[in-house]
Design a protein around this ligand. Structure first.
Ligand SMILES: NC(=O)C1=CN([C@@H]2O[C@H](COP(=O)(O)OP(=O)(O)OC[C@H]3O[C@@H](n4cnc5c(N)ncnc54)[C@H](O)[C@@H]3O)[C@@H](O)[C@H]2O)[C@@H](O)CC1
Ligand SMILES: Nc1ncnc2c1ncn2[C@@H]1O[C@H](COP(=O)(O)OP(=O)(O)O)[C@@H](O)[C@H]1O
Ligand SMILES: [K+]
Length: 465
């Protein structure tokens, strides 16, 4: 499990550990890991030109001590001091190893710029001289390695309301921070490398899903299983306006663990679904869970959907179906799967606001509607009504293709029918959906149907891993 903690949690854990260790130990651990990561990033350290952007705090201290280590290994290291209060011992160490103080002019021709402007003590935004230095690096195409966090982002929310560093690599310490997992800041981090420094941490604020954390959630059938005990999923999706959504969501459902799928919808659509998937049964009957909403268009029957939301069986509520959600009543068995535009409508804000503040709005909707929210996007944010948050970041951008959301809705319904909680169905669903997209795409174009077709293979990989 990758875990992200708040600045307050990190500071408390650091204070605890520092009280038991000689002064400076943690910074040395951080700087050692940082220097190794920069060396690996550069490929060859000897003769490399490294520019350190140094702010007033310990983030700059980490960068200066790492710079000293690189200088000792033959790099030409220059520190650009963006404050008159640079970490004094770190600066001394750099000079002792042959590093020097320079100016932003040194960025031209550098192999890498190290962002030691601010870390967890930073407020969003960059001061004018820091911004000018960062822009120069961008202008000369010099990659930036961020120390702990890309300076300028909001560390605890992942928001980026002000100018910030866009890193080619972020090297962080002790644990991940929320900005490493939540977009738009997550994108500004690039790949994130974690250096262990021995912190003892409380439960995480946000978790990032890895295969090992979710493999055990899959409802694998056993000797006594039959199609009913494996779970029957009811699909109320697609319409004469959007028949394809029904076909695609069914493909997603059949790619999951469900024993049987019942399709409930207009006859011509049921015929199209049966033609593509002869395994399905058309018409009402007992089910263990529902997927409702994908591609219903104008044909949605809000009173009927509300009846199903109030019934015992858990529901995945997608796309147009989300219009039936109201904030009265207990919906803890509901998994809502909006994209940013749909979540914006649910919360009566504009889409750009949701995109800018994804964690906040996913949590807000989970709390207001008492549902688990799976907010789709490049990284998927899953927020449960009890405050738990998980993210999934393994998706390829090739997954942004029409109908991909219908596959996910069908798959998550299949997992609910298999007995998973909405939070676990969302977690496993988002992971497998992205893993299948990676297989189907293989770094090229793919289609929703191909993603659904790759679900069994993605599942085999997961269960074998
Ligand atoms: N506390 C610890 O034990 C450890 C801290 N470490 C490093 O220390 C960092 C935290 O250090 P600090 O608490 O000194 O804080 P920072 O170095 O993150 O920030 C220092 C100061 O910068 C100023 N500042 C805030 N926002 C700014 C902005 N937008 N532009 C310019 N200046 C701004 C503030 O006065 C702030 O206190 C971590 O991110 C990490 O890199 C590591 O060495 C590991 C151990
Ligand atoms: N840039 C991206 N990178 C990775 N995955 C993405 C990206 N954009 C969207 N996705 C994923 O693609 C799917 C698109 O779903 P959705 O927006 O509902 O589309 P549709 O309604 O056409 O099915 C979601 O699972 C979403 O998380
Ligand atoms: K930084």
């Amino acid at each position: 499990m990758r875990s992200a903690h708040t600045v307050e949690q990190v500071r408390a854990a650091e204070a605890d550990l520092m009280a038991r260790l000689p002064e400076g130990t943690l910074m040395q651990r951080a700087a050692t890991g940082l220097a190794v990561a920069i060396s690996n990033f550069l490929g060859s350290t000897y003769g490399a030109r490294v520019v350190l952007l140094i702010g007033s705090g310990d983030n700059g201290g980490d960068a200066l001590y790492a710079g000293a280590r690189l200088a000792r290994r033959g790099a030409q290291v220059t520190a650009v001091l963006l404050s008159d209060k640079a970490h004094a011992e770190g600066l001394e160490a750099l000079k002792m190893c042959g590093g020097r103080v320079g100016s932003v002019e040194d960025i031209r021709g550098a192999d890498v710029v190290i962002d030691g402007i601010v870390g967890i003590g930073g407020r969003p935004g960059l001061r004018p001289d820091a911004l000018a230095a960062v822009q120069l690096a961008e202008q000369f195409d010099v990659p930036i390695v961020a120390v702990d966090t890309p300076s300028g982002v909001d560390v605890d929310t992942g928001e980026t309301p002000e100018p910030h560093v866009n890193a080619a690599l972020t090297v962080t310490f002790g644990t991940h921070k929320i900005c490493h997992f939540i977009d738009p800041a997550a994108t500004a981090c690039g790949p994130v490398h974690l250096v262990e420094i021995g912190l003892d941490l409380p439960p995480a604020e946000v978790e990032s899903l890895q295969a090992a954390d979710i493999r055990h959630l899959y409802p694998v059938p056993h000797g006594e299983s039959d199609k009913y005990s494996r779970g029957v999923l009811g699909l109320m999706v697609g319409s004469t306006q959007y028949p394809g959504a029904a076909v695609i969501a069914t493909a997603g459902a059949l790619g999951g663990p469900v024993g049987m799928v019942r399709y409930v919808g207009p006859d011509p659509v049921a015929e199209a679904v049966r033609a593509a998937h002869p395994e399905i049964v058309a018409g009402n009957g007992r089910v263990q869970a529902w997927t409702i909403g994908s591609g219903l268009g104008d044909e949605l029957d809000i009173p009927r959907i509300r009846e199903l939301l109030d019934a015992e069986e858990p529901v995945v509520l997608d796309a147009d179906g989300l219009k039936a959600l109201d904030d009265s009543g207990d919906h803890v068995d509901v998994l809502a799967t909006p994209h940013a535009g749909e979540l914006a409508r649910l919360l009566d804000v504009d889409r750009a606001t949701v995109e800018a503040e994804r964690l906040k709005h996913a949590r807000l909707a989970a709390e207001r509607y008492d549902v688990t929210v799976l907010l789709k996007g490049a990284t998927t944010v899953i927020a449960a009504p009890d405050g738990q948050v998980r993210v999934n970041s393994n998706a390829t951008p090739w997954l942004a293709t029409a109908g991909a959301g219908d596959v996910l809705a069908g798959l998550c319904g299949s997992l609910l029918a298999g007995g998973l909680s909405p939070l676990d169905a969302a977690s496993l669903g988002a992971y497998l959906h992205a893993a299948a997209a990676n297989l189907a795409s293989s770094s090229g174009p793919t289609t929703a149907i191909s993603v659904a077709a790759a679900l069994p293979e993605a599942t085999r990989y997961l269960l074998r891993s």
